[in-house]
Design a protein around this ligand. Structure first.
Ligand SMILES: [Zn+2]
Length: 112
C-alpha cells in the first residue's frame, strides 16, 4: 500500500541568501526508505528520503548538470541544482528511467 503524502509547503533553495522557489506545495509525493545505489562519479551522498516527480516541468525553478554516471542508473543521469545559485546536488534526474528525485534534506521548506 502506498500512502499519498504530498509536500505540504513550498520547497525552496537551501541557500539562505537565495531561497528560490523550487517546487510549489502539493506538487510531489514524499517517499521514504528508498534504497539508492552508491554514487560513483561524485562523492556527494544523496538522502534516501525525498520527493519523486515524473515531469521536470513540475518544478517552478530547477537546474540540471551535464550528464554524469551512477551505478545501475544508465548513462543519462544528471544532478539537480538550484537554477539561480547553482547549489547542489539537490537530487537527480534519471532520464533512462524517467524518474526525478528531490532530496528532503537538501532543500528548505516554508513554514505551513
Ligand atoms: Zn539557490
Amino acid at each position: 500500500m502506498t500512502e499519498t503524502n504530498l509536500n505540504p509547503n513550498n520547497i525552496r533553495c537551501v541557500n539562505e541568501k537565495c531561497r528560490t522557489l523550487i517546487l510549489k506545495k502539493n506538487s510531489a509525493e514524499l517517499k521514504t526508505n528508498l534504497t539508492l545505489p552508491e554514487m560513483t562519479s561524485k562523492s556527494e551522498k544523496i538522502s534516501s528520503r525525498g520527493w519523486f516527480l515524473s515531469n521536470i516541468y513540475t518544478f517552478d525553478n530547477i537546474g540540471v548538470t551535464k550528464p554524469t554516471q551512477m551505478d545501475s542508473f544508465g548513462n543519462d543521469f544528471r544532478f539537480l541544482i538550484c537554477a539561480e545559485c547553482e547549489i547542489g546536488p539537490l537530487g537527480y534526474l534519471d532520464n533512462a528511467n524517467k524518474s526525478i528525485f528531490l532530496a528532503e534534506d537538501r532543500v528548505f521548506q516554508d513554514d505551513a
